[in-house]
Design a protein around this ligand. Structure first.
Ligand code: F6P
Length: 361
């Protein structure tokens, strides 16, 4: 008799476009094997509760509508590390055993975790501690997970940032302004660089390339000399100020996130160029959207492969995309080295070839 497995799936870390398409792929592939899929709510928070918060995901509920939807129908969290779980008052505590107990209470044979590098490292650690059969799937708008060329959610985020530049360009030209667009990406400049090229930016600043204000000013002046009286500048959120400090915003509960470099740059450029400068901070707009076709495709490829790994009994793996193929790697190795912008790579070379100022010359 064919074994009817029970597998769990959860989304963890910041949401992005394509997560529901990924859940759909997992459910449809598992149904192909005759297995049951339990969707765990709010990442590991759902497993910490007793009884665990999980819902049976029936293939019949996953018609075509779900793959178009942004966000995650399961919910997620990026603030609930079970090994250092935040307390309202007092030091964080270790709640990892509660998560493992939740997994066991559901009687699961395997778990698929959809996350960024931080979430995947935590889930892998939990899996080792609790003997959980774990498979990881990479998602993040930042596209900073090593070994995979692309993570689910990245392509849509780049498309949104590009569209923002499409909308900023006519208003910049009409008012003869310098328009600055601050984009997300955490410590990697992939969104800024790729959207900047696609959206016709004149200046792109990424955390991987140190910049000097005078180089940006010179670029804006040279545009003026060529008869152009507006400019588009894209800056990644982790680009530091001139003293080398990254600018963060503080939130309740002691959290801090990158944010504010666009306004810093705006003030400096207004002072030095005497141009009218305006700043747009794109923020979470980059995460909340219907996934584009590339993200729907990657989500589908990764979801099917993740279930196939379980069928083959291959655990502790992260699915990945390389050289037009879906592959898989040991999770520890996959998340060990984040993938930042290659400053000697083809995309940076392309930007320079187009005359885009990257702030270093
Ligand atoms: O990692 C995804 C990401 O959107 C980053 O680009 C950004 O720095 C961070 O998450 C924002 O986190 P939060 O959703 O907690 O504000």
């Amino acid at each position: 008799m064919v074994e009817r497995k029970r597998i769990g799936v959860l989304t963890s870390g910041g949401d992005c476009a394509g997560l529901n398409a990924l859940l759909r792929a997992v459910v449809l592939r598992a149904a192909d094997y005759g297995w049951q899929v339990f969707g765990i709510e709010q990442g590991t928070l759902g497993l910490m509760e007793s009884p665990p918060r999980a819902q049976l995901l029936e293939a019949s509920a996953f018609d075509g509508s779900i793959l178009r939807r942004g966000g995650t129908i399961l919910g997620t969290t990026n603030t609930g590390d079970p090994f250092a779980f935040p307390q309202l008052d007092g030091d964080p505590i270790d709640r990892s055993e509660e998560v493992i107990a939740g997994y066991n209470a559901l009687g699961l044979d395997a778990l698929i975790g959809i996350g960024g590098d931080g979430s995947l490292a935590i889930l892998n650690r939990l899996a080792k501690q609790g003997g959980i059969n774990f498979v990881g799937v990479p998602k993040t708008i930042d596209n900073d997970i090593g070994v995979t060329e692309v993570s689910v959610g990245y392509d849509t985020a780049v498309a949104i940032a590009t569209e923002a530049l499409d909308r900023l360009q006519p208003t910049a030209a009409s008012h003869r302004r310098v328009m600055i667009l601050e984009v997300m990406g955490r410590d990697a400049g992939h969104i800024a660089l790729n959207a900047g090229i696609a959206g016709g930016a004149d200046v792109i600043l990424v955390p991987e390339i140190p910049y000097r204000i005078e180089h940006i000013v010179r670029k804006i002046r040279s545009l003026n000399e060529m008869g152009r009286d507006f400019a588009l500048v894209v800056v990644a959120e982790a680009v530091p100020n001139e003293s080398g400090n990254r600018i963060v915003q503080k939130y309740a509960g002691g959290q801090s996130r990158y944010g504010g470099v666009g306004h810093f740059l705006g003030e400096r450029l207004a002072e030095t160029t005497h141009a009218e400068v305006r700043v747009t901070v794109l923020g979470h707009v980059q995460r909340g959207a219907a996934p584009n076709s590339r993200d729907r495709l990657m989500a589908s490829v990764f979801g099917v492969h993740a279930v196939d790994l379980i069928e083959q009994g291959r655990f502790g793996r992260m699915v990945a995309w390389q050289d037009r193929h879906v592959v898989d790697f040991d999770i520890d190795a996959a998340v060990a080295a984040p993938a930042v912008v290659d400053i000697n790579g083809p995309i940076v070379r392309t930007a320079r070839g187009l005359g885009i100022c990257l702030g270093d010359q």
